[in-house]
Design a protein around this ligand. Structure first.
Ligand code: 6PG
Length: 238
């Protein structure tokens, strides 16, 4: 399903309210809410809205467990860090127990870090399979999502749940949940904002299939939702 909003603020408000609703439902059903956050800049406003009234009071933060869909292997204080952005915009401002926040620490040895994060996920969700209640994703202008980046091995990974990669031209490695892991989720929500994403969004939703990584996202037993603003939607009628 695709919902088109007037602008990024309206999109972000809807995303924050959806996060709160999914959290309440998950806690009521399973006693906890397990969410993987998106990186990049688009979700920042959503995270800021989650950290302030009224939405802040609508989330059972003491039962929330925070993971990431992907990470750049840079220090937490580096402005490129996805965990660093979420920490500043949200996590330092809500009462989540520190032990319920699981950043993808990968500066030292990304390949080992990917295996370690995969082990963490398997142990956390055991005996069930690692199935997030919600995964938030962004969309790159090149059609990537999380760090499933065209031209790297990450989009093709079908066995591992977490993989490491290096995007050509970047001087840091990345970790990413793989398409099979993302597709296990109960709900996957893309947040797409801005005119710069219009072509990429059109290619994902209306273009020939299996061309770009974001097209790999199709939850097997879950819901896929696109929250886009009018600039990203362009003239398309989805
Ligand atoms: C990353 C992100 C990435 C992001 C898109 C969109 O670490 O690069 O996870 O997948 O969501 O690139 O980024 P913007 O929101 O900044 O446009």
């Amino acid at each position: 399903m695709i919902r088109v909003f007037a602008d990024n603020q309206a999109l972000s408000q809807a995303a924050a309210e959806l996060f709160a609703e999914q959290a309440r439902q998950a806690v009521a059903s399973r006693g906890r809410f397990c969410v993987a956050l998106a990186g990049g800049s688009t979700p920042q406003t959503c995270y800021q809205l989650l950290a302030q009234p009224p939405v802040r009071e609508q989330v059972p933060w003491e039962k929330v467990h925070i993971f990431w869909g992907d990470e750049r292997c840079v220090p937490l204080t580096d402005p490129r860090s996805n965990a660093g952005m979420a920490k500043t915009a949200l996590l330092d401002r809500v009462p989540i127990p520190a032990g319920q926040i699981y950043p993808m620490a990968c500066i030292e040895d990304p390949e080992t870090a990917a295996r370690d994060y995969q082990r963490l996920l398997k142990n956390f969700f055991r005996p069930a399979e690692p199935r997030f209640d919600l995964i938030l994703l962004g969309l790159g202008e090149d059609g990537h999502t999380a760090s499933l980046i065209p031209g790297t091995s990450a989009p093709q990974e079908r066995i591992d749940l977490v993989t490491s990669l290096q995007k050509p031209g970047e001087d840091f490695a990345r970790l990413s949940l793989t398409a099979p892991q993302i597709n296990l989720a109960r709900m996957v929500v893309f947040l797409v904002s801005g005119q710069g994403k219009a072509l990429s969004l059109r290619r994902v939703l209306n273009g020939p299939p299996a061309q770009i990584p974001a097209q790999l996202i199709a939850p097997r037993r879950g819901e896929l939702l696109w929250l886009v603003d009018r600039e990203a939607a362009g003239a398309e009628s989805f």
